[in-house]
Design a protein around this ligand. Structure first.
Ligand SMILES: *[C@@H]1O[C@H](CO)[C@@H](O)[C@H](O)[C@H]1NC(C)=O
Ligand SMILES: [Cu+2]
Length: 237
């Protein structure tokens, strides 16, 4: 089963380049788009989306097959409170799927290249709909955006981190979603020694099908006028 999924993903790469789905192979570093997978951990699912079953799988952390790519990317040297970071879609495509973008950090016990993301994650970025939202795809602030960047808050302890981007596409019928996930490797310099960032969640386990964000039904009539974000509130806020 696993083998056939990977093979199908590889075959699907070429035809999907121009038309279908997306991934986030570029780390954005102070406004500069770095190379594809230069600082980003690759995975074996190509441009393909996962469905809701994926939220209960360990690969929901950094996407399917990413563990075997953990030694490939470099680790970006950045400073908390100073540098801006983020992700850029492949080939400068914009996300043409409606839905929230969230970015999380998880501190590695040591070298991020040996870290599987099984520890605690806190959210540092999110982008949802206009407020108020008229319930349409056009009302998503993420739509057609090609990069998602923010200044690293100063309130992050020094260390190596996985930085995980997630887009949850809300266009499939009813409460089914499409999930796009990718992780980058950061080494964060910081003098912060305050409270540990939080609230934190783990993957899998941190998301439930019953979460309001996942229960959003963009096919509802009349359309919804509020789109809850997945996951906990952002740090440090
Ligand atoms: C909803 O809002 C978006 C963003 O302002 C706008 O482009 C779109 O035309 C609106 N659609 C409707 C049906 O009001
Ligand atoms: Cu899709």
């Amino acid at each position: 089963m696993r083998f056939s999924t990977v093979a199908a993903g590889a075959l699907a790469l070429a035809p999907q380049l121009g038309s279908a789905h997306f991934l986030f192979p570029h780390l954005m570093l102070n406004g500069v788009r770095t190379g594809a997978f230069e600082y980003v951990r690759e995975h074996d699912y190509g441009f393909n989306p996962h469905n809701n079953d994926f939220i209960n799988h360990p690969d929901f952390r950094c996407n399917e097959g990413s563990w075997r790519h953990r030694r490939e990317p470099k680790t970006a040297q950045v400073t908390a409170g100073k540098d801006t970071v983020g992700f850029n879609l492949h080939l400068d495509f914009g996300i043409y799927h409606p839905g929230p973008v969230t970015i999380y950090l998880s501190k590695a016990p040591g070298d991020v290249r040996d870290y599987d993301g099984s520890g605690d994650w806190f959210k540092i970025y999110q982008l949802g709909t206009m407020m108020p939202w008229n319930g349409t795809d056009q009302g998503w602030l993420t739509r057609d955006k090609k990069n998602f960047q923010f200044r690293l808050p100063a309130q992050i302890p020094a260390g190596q981190y996985l930085m995980r981007i997630e887009q949850m596409s809300v266009h499939p019928p009813y409460r089914q979603k499409e999930w796009y996930i990718q992780c980058a490797h950061l080494n964060i310099a910081s003098t912060y020694t305050g409270r540990t960032p939080g609230p934190t969640i783990r993957f899998p386990g941190g998301y439930k099908i019953s979460d309001a964000a996942i229960q959003l039904d963009s096919w509802a009539k009349p359309p919804p006028n509020f789109a809850p974000m997945p996951g906990p509130p952002i740090w440090p806020n």
